[in-house]
Structures are given as structure tokens and as C-alpha cells.
Design a protein around this ligand. Structure first.
Ligand SMILES: C[S@@+](CC[C@H](N)C(=O)[O-])C[C@H]1O[C@@H](n2cnc3c(N)ncnc32)[C@H](O)[C@@H]1O
Length: 209
């Protein structure tokens, strides 16, 4: 795990209120819509990588999902989620890891990423991310990946980002994944700034499909 990277994010989450960071969403509606459209069973395993202190696990629990995992490089971010969820946190798996050097040791039905891949600017790290995704997501499983669109900001949280289009994301995660959805959307930060995001949804083919 990169110590500098972890220190950066620990500093962010230990010094900023959850609802004041630029990526804050009171309710992750677009992610939820894309997840719902996959028609997963309630016991499907949903992993949110780079989850931060996002409200996604709260919403997924409300939707009835019973196998939710959140991964982040910042222990403080995950602690905020644990505290917010209270007793419900017992139903969520918390993983402190750098997604660029982590390998799943459990099968994943849906991999969700809102604004973490775009921080991986090194080609080898992006390839390692894709390898982790491919090793975890089962045939018939899904990947929902959102990051800054090609016309979006060049930096996030003071760090440079890669603004990929859907073709670049498809090439990164590999031909076994079919692109089902791709659309751009503005996120409005708590400070009122508009940031252009690209949302994508992929499905991993089965032997029959
Ligand atoms: C822009 S925030 C997005 C948080 C969350 N997905 C959301 O939509 O609210 C990026 C998150 O990725 C985490 N992160 C950054 N680099 C990471 C890495 N290499 N591995 C795991 N998490 C990382 C940060 O700690 C932070 O929580």
C-alpha cells in the first residue's frame, strides 16, 4: 500500500466533515439506479471499492441487500461509515486496502467504483486494478464504474486524475466484459461546482452468452 496515498486520504477524512468533501452525495441515486438495473438477488455480493464514507451501503441495506462489502485505503473513512450505520454495520464487510495491490478472496457479483479508479494514473496500477476486478467478478457479474468524464476536472482532492471514456474503460477491464450503459452526468459539489462524471455499467459474459 502506498504510504503517501494512505496519508493523503487519512488527512482528508480526519479533517473534513463527511458532507463537505467535493464528492459528497446525500443519496447515491445514479449508482443505485444502475445497481437496481442488474436485477441481482438480495444475497448477491456487492463490493464498493474506494467507498470512502459514501451512503451507498446504507442505501443498499435499505434495498434489502445482505452481502455488502466496502473497501477503502483510509481506515478513518470506513470508521465513519461504521459509526453512521451503528448496529447495521455488523452486516457489512469492511476492508482497508489499496485497490491497486489488493486481490479479492471472495466472489463478487457487482463491483462498484465511484471515483477511485480515476486516481490511478500509473498504467501498471490501472492494470492491477483491472486484474483484481477480473479475479473477483464472476461470470454473469457486473461492474459499475464512474469517474470524471473526458471533459471533467483534471484534479480531484488535489490529486491528478485520468479522465477515461467508455472505450478506454472497456479496453482496461477486458473483452469478457460487455458495456451495457455509458452516460455522462454532472455532480454538483457542496460548494456548488459542477463536475462532469461518466457512469458505465458492464456485465461479464457467461460461457453461454
Ligand atoms: C473521491 S472519493 C469517492 C468516495 C466514494 N466512492 C463516494 O462516491 O463518495 C475517493 C475514495 O477513494 C479512496 N481511495 C483513493 N485511492 C485509493 C486506493 N488506491 N485504494 C483504495 N481506496 C482508495 C479514498 O480514500 C476515497 O475514499
Amino acid at each position: 500500500m502506498s504510504a503517501d496515498r494512505r496519508a493523503h486520504w487519512e488527512q482528508v477524512f480526519s479533517s473534513r466533515a463527511q458532507d463537505r468533501v467535493s464528492w459528497f452525495e446525500a443519496s447515491p441515486e445514479t449508482s443505485l439506479r444502475l445497481i437496481r438495473s442488474c436485477g441481482l438477488a438480495s444475497d448477491a455480493c456487492i463490493l464498493d471499492v474506494g467507498a470512502g464514507a459514501s451512503r451507498l451501503p446504507d442505501a443498499l441495506l435499505r434495498e434489502g441487500f445482505t452481502s455488502i462489502a466496502v473497501l477503502d485505503i483510509s481506515p478513518s473513512a470506513l470508521e465513519q461509515t461504521r459509526e453512521r450505520l451503528g448496529p447495521l454495520a455488523r452486516s457489512v464487510r469492511f476492508i482497508v486496502a489499496d485497490v491497486a495491490s489488493w486481490r479479492p478472496d471472495f466472489p463478487i457479483d457487482l463491483w462498484h467504483d465511484r471515483a477511485v479508479l480515476h486516481f490511478l494514473t500509473d498504467g501498471a496500477e490501472r492494470a492491477a486494478y483491472a486484474e483484481a476486478l477480473r479475479s473477483g467478478v464472476q461470470a454473469g457479474g457486473y461492474a459499475v464504474i464512474a469517474g470524471f468524464a473526458p471533459s471533467g476536472p483534471e484534479r480531484c482532492s488535489g490529486l491528478p486524475v485520468v479522465r477515461a471514456d467508455q472505450s478506454a474503460l472497456a479496453a482496461l477491464i477486458g473483452p469478457e466484459f460487455e458495456l451495457l450503459d455509458a452516460f455522462e452526468q454532472d455532480h454538483v459539489t457542496p460548494g456548488g461546482v459542477h463536475q462532469r462524471f461518466l457512469f458505465t455499467r458492464f456485465r461479464r459474459g457467461t460461457a453461454q452468452s
